[in-house]
Design a binder for this molecule. Structure first.
Ligand code: AKG
Length: 296
């Protein structure tokens, strides 16, 4: 009995009272919940988009109060050269990525391509081979996929913005149109078997404008109806540009359009043309993207 009593009194002296333990537990729990709440509120107020390799995508849209439906009015409210996306059509699905390339990147692509420019060709529907054509009178050259750091950066950005992996892309084709040169209405998807063996069909195209054009040179979708009164720069468009939904080339901007619909069928509304340049020069760079990996 004596031994039992003495043990009891020792444990009471060395341990904390139960109420103190309970109070500190409740306090710690409260503190943890408070921190969680603060982090959640911060994350909701400061969302940060993340690219496939964990890097932040430098895409910023104007705040909702500044979203307008005309490119001109948006330009006048945006002072900075920040990338932003403008939706332009559902048929075909098309978007403009404003300020997609920097001026330096545009100049770099032109400098790289200039010594290698040759007369552009088109694909023969029967044989699937390249042929000379009056339909396409520009000159151009292909840059190898991933050929240097700048190209890799641009190709990575294209993948981030289109959600199509870099490996599905053909090499960038740089194009140069002088006065009178054009690319008549065509589809980017193929009508032959030969050209779809590597990578399948072309699913989408990104046209990057490397220069402004003084007059003409618009990319136009003749099957996409437009309401003249809803086009703010109607008076500045060439006759060709007025034949459908037109995109005026602007240095650094990129036009993304889809040649296939979400149900994986070909989209005939993706018919498009490069209008004749009326004055100045047009430099552009095309990235065609395939359904599957395109082996280079
Ligand atoms: O230069 C343009 O506006 C059109 C180019 C084009 O159609 C193409 O590269 O497929």
């Amino acid at each position: 009995m004596a031994r039992g009593r003495s043990q009891k009194s020792v444990s009471r002296k060395s341990g904390l009272p139960l109420w103190k333990i309970l109070v500190s537990l409740i306090f710690s729990l409260f503190l943890g919940l408070l921190l969680l709440l603060v982090f959640t509120i911060y994350a909701v107020l400061h969302p940060s988009p993340v690219s496939s390799d964990g890097a932040e995508i430098s895409l910023r849209l104007p705040p909702p109060s500044k979203v307008h439906h005309s490119a001109e009015s948006i330009r006048s409210t945006m002072q900075v050269q920040t990338p932003w996306v403008e939706f332009i059509s559902w048929e075909p699905r098309a978007f403009i990525y404003h300020n997609f390339l920097s001026k330096e990147e545009c100049e770099y692509l032109i400098t790289l391509a200039k010594p290698h420019m040759i007369k552009s060709t088109v694909v023969d529907n029967e044989s699937g081979k390249s042929k000379d054509s009056r339909v396409r009178t520009s000159s151009g050259t292909f840059l190898a996929r991933g050929q240097d750091k700048t190209i890799r950066d641009i190709e990575k950005r294209i993948a981030d913005f289109t959600f199509i992996p870099v490996e599905h892309g053909e090499g960038i084709q740089v194009l140069h149109y002088e006065i009178g040169q054009k690319y008549e209405a065509h589809y980017d998807y193929f009508h032959d078997e030969l050209n779809t063996q590597n990578g399948g069909q072309r699913i989408a195209t990104l046209l990057m404008y490397l220069s402004d054009v003084d007059s003409g040179g618009e990319t136009v979708f003749p099957s996409s109806p437009v309401n003249k009164s809803s086009v703010p720069n109607w008076n500045n468009l060439s006759e060709c540009g007025r034949s459908g939904l037109a995109v005026t080339p602007k240095l650094g901007d990129a036009l993304l359009f889809w040649s296939m619909k979400p149900d994986a069928t070909l989209d005939p509304s993706s018919l498009h043309a490069g209008c004749p340049v009326i004055s100045g020069n047009k430099w552009s760079a095309t990235k065609w993207m395939r359904v599957h990996e395109y082996k280079v």
